[in-house]
Design a protein around this ligand. Structure first.
Ligand SMILES: NC(=O)c1ccc[n+]([C@@H]2O[C@H](COP(=O)([O-])OP(=O)(O)OC[C@H]3O[C@@H](n4cnc5c(N)ncnc54)[C@H](O)[C@@H]3O)[C@@H](O)[C@H]2O)c1
Length: 256
């Protein structure tokens, strides 16, 4: 699909990888709907980027707010051709901590609820509107890009919940692509390595430098614009479907 002809929803578009994708899409002429929490920078970014970008207060774990967002996005953009799922949270806790306390199950559930179920909730609701789009010359009606993580494949110590949520995204990518193939809607995921976003901002500078240096090449953190470039390429390349693409400078995470 041609970026300048589409309307795109970006969940988590108020920060980091999602924000960069919003900027890239808008800069290339797409209409964009930012779906992010009410206290996020979504509305501020939409104001800055002008009339083609709208912001909707959406919690991806809350079906009512997602449905209202999808209705609003369809109204403001005409139709929705792309969904980029970037909403997500980090999480770190050991299965049993050093005092013998077991992992807090509510914390585990919450991570799955936001990262995995939130992603699928957006997929199912947005896909149900994409299927009534007019197909383009390739027969495409829509494209979905999810955000997994290299933690889906090499989860580190403390990442049981996060890795399970991101592994679930890898798992659903092919069956969703297969389910939606009859409608001309594609589904891919990106598994980023280590990217310079507010998610890592809590770490001390030396820790960030050490993380960057641990990447084989290029030996630095990924730039959010590099994620946005791949998300746009997936939208543009009709042959990419059902696949999770690592974007990680060849890093393979160690146990800690
Ligand atoms: N930064 C990295 O190195 C990295 C690596 C691998 C995967 N990821 C994944 O990429 C995605 C984006 O991460 P980021 O680094 O840009 O983080 P970020 O914290 O900068 O952005 C995440 C955004 O998601 C929003 N969000 C959180 N919960 C939400 C909810 N329930 N409903 C709607 N929006 C919600 C937040 O408000 C925020 O704006 C996440 O899924 C993350 O797990 C990031």
């Amino acid at each position: 699909m041609k970026i300048e002809e589409i309307g795109a929803i970006v969940t988590g578009g108020g920060s980091g990888l999602g924000e960069s994708t919003v900027r890239e899409l808008a800069g290339r002429g797409a209409k964009v709907a930012i779906f992010d929490l009410p206290n996020s920078r979504g509305a501020e970014i939409a104001d800055e980027l002008g009339d083609a970008v709208h912001s909707f207060p959406v919690d991806v774990t809350d079906t009512q707010s997602l449905t209202a967002g999808v209705d609003g996005a369809r109204e403001s953009m005409g139709s929705i051709h792309a969904l980029i799922n970037c909403a997500g949270v980090g999480s770190a806790s050991r299965t049993v901590d050093k005092d013998g306390t077991p992992f807090d199950l509510d914390h585990f559930r919450r991570t799955i609820e936001i990262n995995l179920i939130g992603t699928f909730n957006a997929i199912r609701l947005v896909a149900s509107t994409m299927i009534s789009n007019e197909p383009n010359t390739e027969g495409e009606r829509g494209c979905i890009v999810n955000t997994s993580s290299v933690a889906a494949f090499e989860g580190q110590i403390g990442q049981a919940a996060y890795s399970a949520s991101k592994g679930g995204i890898v798992g659903l990518t092919l069956p969703v692509a297969r389910d939606l193939s009859r409608h001309g809607v594609r589904c891919c995921s990106i598994a980023p390595g280590l990217f310079a976003t507010p998610l890592l901002a809590g770490l001390p500078a030396e820790a960030v430098d050490a993380l960057g240096a641990s990447i084989p090449f290029p030996p630095r953190l990924g730039k959010p614009a590099e994620y946005a470039a791949l998300a746009c390429h997936i939208l543009e390349n009709p042959m990419l479907n059902g696949e999770t693409v690592r974007l990680d400078g060849a890093i393979r995470m160690q146990p800690r």
